[in-house]
Ligand binder design. Sequence first.
Ligand SMILES: Nc1nc2c(ncn2[C@@H]2O[C@H](COP(=O)(O)OP(=O)(O)OP(=O)(O)O)[C@@H](O)[C@H]2O)c(=O)[nH]1
Ligand SMILES: C=C(OP(=O)(O)O)C(=O)O
Length: 214
Amino acid sequence: MTTPQRWTIVIPVKRPEHAKTRLADAVGEHRPRFARAFAADTVQAALDCPPVARVIVVTDDDEAAASAVALGAEVVADTPDAGLNAALRHGAAVARSADASAAVATLSADLPALRPAELARVLDAAAAHPRSFLADAAGVGTTSYAAGPGAAFEPAFGGRSRAAHRLAGVVELDLDDVTTVRRDVDTAVDLWDARRLGVGPRTTALLAELDVAL
Ligand SMILES: Nc1nc2c(ncn2[C@@H]2O[C@H](COP(=O)(O)OP(=O)(O)OP(=O)(O)O)[C@@H](O)[C@H]2O)c(=O)[nH]1
Ligand SMILES: C=C(OP(=O)(O)O)C(=O)O
């Protein structure tokens, strides 16, 4: 029997004052609190996923960093300060500085409904390919990009990243039953859908506290 692949997960968290701009119409001034709650629920679910060995959060936000560390993740500063792909490459480099052959996968920090068992299915499928990705619920972007041991880590996030990853020869994972890994939350409708799936404790508490109507 082969040993299941273990993964380092890199989660990028933008400075919340600049994040989740498309949620502004639904949550107004509370936008940064939602960005942090989504990130914390994403980190928690990743840490609770059996094939996950390490979670590295890349952020310059002190609050997101403190909450990630309290949950058991590692945090590195976004030293490149050059956007999402640079932040991810930095996190992967940190992962591979300790173990050059580490398998590294990214997760967007806006997956508040993420379930560990569904993430495990994605990672198990990713283990069959040098490089792979999972499309987001809209079928336009990407919520997870994975590079196995020895594979180059070259994410192409931003805008229509599903097409960009396919064009780059990254294998698209064709999986059912991983809805919560695909459910990124950018808009009020996305948040409604995530709530229907069941969001994590921090997002649940914030929705209750603010009595957000969706
Ligand atoms: N560390 C880091 N994370 C980033 C950066 N840009 C985006 N992210 C993260 O990447 C993921 C996707 O982000 P985006 O969709 O670009 O932005 P967003 O804040 O989620 O939403 P919008 O403001 O509505 O575009 C989220 O987890 C962000 O926190 C960056 O420059 N540095
Ligand atoms: C940056 C991306 O995501 P979002 O849908 O959050 O813009 C992406 O999918 O490449």
